[in-house]
Design a protein around this ligand. Structure first.
Ligand code: SF4
Length: 429
């Protein structure tokens, strides 16, 4: 359920613009990429995620997604753990049988993802070949793709990166004479609609989203594609899209008022839209956001916060909490630091903030205990032990399950952090 790598316990400091970044390598405790299926299956409504894995994988999916299953879910696990390895051919037959059963029962499925995991039986299975074989068998009816969400290779948000990267070769070509904006990263439909309206009011378009709501709506990509990232953990997909001609726009991420304005400005600049127009179009949403954010700011200002490395959202969210909510950043740790994608965010962090890339969980917990921040943002596995030591925590996984992008969600994003502080205050009383 959680991934770990070999402990090496080495830490080295290097320059990162104005700040210092400390690199840590050691035991880490994070969810694997399978967790991404929870939000991806809600977004791509005609896709099915077939996890080829063990009972552990099935339990992870059930516990991560269990609360969200109201109808027949669009994911399942083909369990291969107990199979005799002499029977690799059997494994392939079993996979074909499970796929056929699903597609028979669910004719609405247009894309089937075969999702790899880390048990050794699965690693030996060539899922790319299996996807090819099944694609040929269901040609014209279902597209079958594969990606790995193994805990040996992915932390929990990297599952989305691997999934979206598998879609890139499938995207149709954009004509060389055309220009369009491609927003990359899963957004709840309500947030996607808000952004669509803002882009339309600004005169930016056509605008496409990846992932799309339906597999039949795959966006085109080509030299006229301007790429705007809604999530900071999609580096591999962004590079694959650049490989197909897209131009990456440099912008902060659309969290909070400042981030959302900067994000929209990056697209507005390409479309030649004057800043007065951007201000006029966004003014009502900015005014609403300022009003509702004010209440949360009262609860957060002056409070000290530490981020443990988990979601890769740590840096943009820390920037928002520091600059718009007045929080003090004790330490901001992220599993990977992709400088190309993070540069505009790093420039907005307060000078001298303690930045860490990677994790040595023991050293990190020692620092949390010494710092005793008011709030620690971390994975589920670390939250309970810290709470039992009287430290308040926030689960980072909530940041991908909750609508937090854009102006209208700025206060909700702040409230995610205000709530555990309020609960802590009540407990003390
Ligand atoms: Fe555990 Fe690996 Fe399955 Fe993830 S993919 S649940 S880390 S066995």
């Amino acid at each position: 359920m959680t991934g770990s790598n070999n402990p090496s316990r080495s830490a080295q400091a290097t320059d990162c613009d104005a700040s210092m970044v400390t690199r840590e390598r050691g035991q880490r405790q994070v969810f694997c990429g399978l967790a991404g299926i929870v939000w991806l299956h809600r977004k791509i409504q005609d896709a099915f995620f077939l996890v080829v894995g063990s009972r552990t994988c099935a339990h992870l999916l059930q516990s991560a997604a269990g609360v969200m299953i109201f109808a027949e879910p669009r994911f399942a696990t083909a369990i291969l753990q107990e199979r005799d390895l002499a029977g690799l051919a059997d494994c392939n037959q079993e996979l074909d049988r499970v796929a056929a059963e699903i597609l028979e029962r669910r004719p609405d499925i247009k894309t089937l993802f075969l999702v790899g995991s880390c048990p050794s039986e699965v690693i030996k299975l060539d899922l790319a070949k299996a996807a090819e074989r099944l694609s040929a068998a269901y040609r014209g009816r279902v597209r079958v793709l594969d990606y790995s969400a193994s805990g040996l290779e992915t932390t929990f948000t990297q599952g989305e990166d691997a999934c979206l990267m598998s879609l890139v070769p499938e995207l149709p070509a954009l004509a060389d004479t055309e220009r369009s904006l491609l927003v990359l990263g899963t957004l709840p439909d309500v947030v996607e609609d808000q952004f669509q309206r803002l882009f339309a009011d600004l005169g930016i378009g056509p605008v496409h989203f990846l992932p799309p709501r339906r597999a039949s709506e795959f966006p085109p990509v080509g030299r006229g594609t301007r790429l705007l990232l809604a999530q900071p953990f999609l580096g591999e997909t962004a590079r694959a899209l650049q490989g197909r001609g897209a131009t990456l726009l440099t912008a902060p991420y659309p969290f909070g008022i400042e981030g959302t304005l900067g994000w929209l400005r990056a697209a507005a600049d390409v479309w030649g839209i004057a800043s007065e127009r951007l201000e006029a179009v966004t003014a009502p949403a900015v005014a609403r956001a300022k009003l509702s954010l004010g209440r949360q700011r009262e609860a957060l200002a002056g409070k000290r916060i530490t981020f443990l490395p988990d979601s890769q959202l740590e840096i943009p969210i820390a920037r928002f909490l520091s600059r718009e909510c007045g929080m003090e950043l004790v330490e901001v740790a992220t599993p990977f630091l992709d400088r190309q994608l993070m540069e505009p965010e790093l420039a907005l962090l307060p000078t001298g903030v303690r930045l860490t890339e990677g994790q040595d969980v023991d050293l990190q917990l020692d620092r949390v205990r010494a710092d005793r921040p008011d709030l620690t943002v971390c994975g589920l596995g670390l939250a309970n032990p810290l709470e039992s030591e009287g430290l308040r925590t926030k689960w980072s996984i909530e940041l991908v399950f909750t609508p937090v992008h854009g102006f209208d969600q700025a206060a909700d994003l702040a409230e995610l952090f205000a709530r555990p502080l309020a609960r802590g205050a009540l407990l003390r009383v």
